[in-house]
Every structure is written in structure tokens, then in C-alpha cells.
Design a protein around this ligand. Sequence first.
Ligand SMILES: [Zn+2]
Length: 121
Amino acid sequence: MNDGIGHYNVPAIDLTEKKTVREASRNSSDNSSRIERLEKKLETLSIINEVLWGVVSESENITLSKLKEMMVEVALDRTKRNTAKVECGKCKLSIPANKTKCMYCGTDLVFQFEISPFDSL
Ligand SMILES: [Zn+2]
């Protein structure tokens, strides 16, 4: 706070607050490094994907527009799988269809969809 003559009174910060600030700063830096590593991995995977696309499109004679159609189809299927609900046979509550047990009463549930390994990525 400015005292009117150019001096600022900085409120005293106790040691616990300083430690918290230091930890938050370190966590933020750690998270930035993790994000940077993940971005590099994602870029590598994207390049590998593009190379594989080139191989498949040539050998299978698949056009880019067909690829786009297939991507839309997959995206719609994923949305359907991830938002589908089933009714628990025992407690009758609505449960996500990809669960193996009712989260309310623990009853085993029957899958409505085949679980795709791509859903757990
Ligand atoms: Zn239940």
C-alpha cells in the first residue's frame, strides 16, 4: 500500500505462506515441463501417424476425403460409447454403459458396447 510519499508497505508474509508460494511456483514449473514433454511426444506421434497414413492410403488406395468420412464415423461412435447409459438391474439407477459394476449398489453390469482399447488412451 502506498503511504502517499512514494513508500510502499509490503504486508509481511509468514514463512508458511512463503513456502506455499515457492511450492506453487515449483509445481507450475514442473507442469510446464511435463506439458512441453507431452507436446513433443504428441508431435512425434502425429508425424508417425502421417507416415502410416501415407503407407496405408497408397497400398489401400484410400483418399483423403474417405479418411475424413471414417474419422467422423469413429468420432460419432466414441461419443455414443462414452455417453451411453444403462439401467442397473438391481437398483434401477442410470449407469454409464462402459462400467463393469453399478457405482451405487455394486451389481455386475452387462456391457452394452464392446470396450474399445482406444477408449482408454
Ligand atoms: Zn445398482
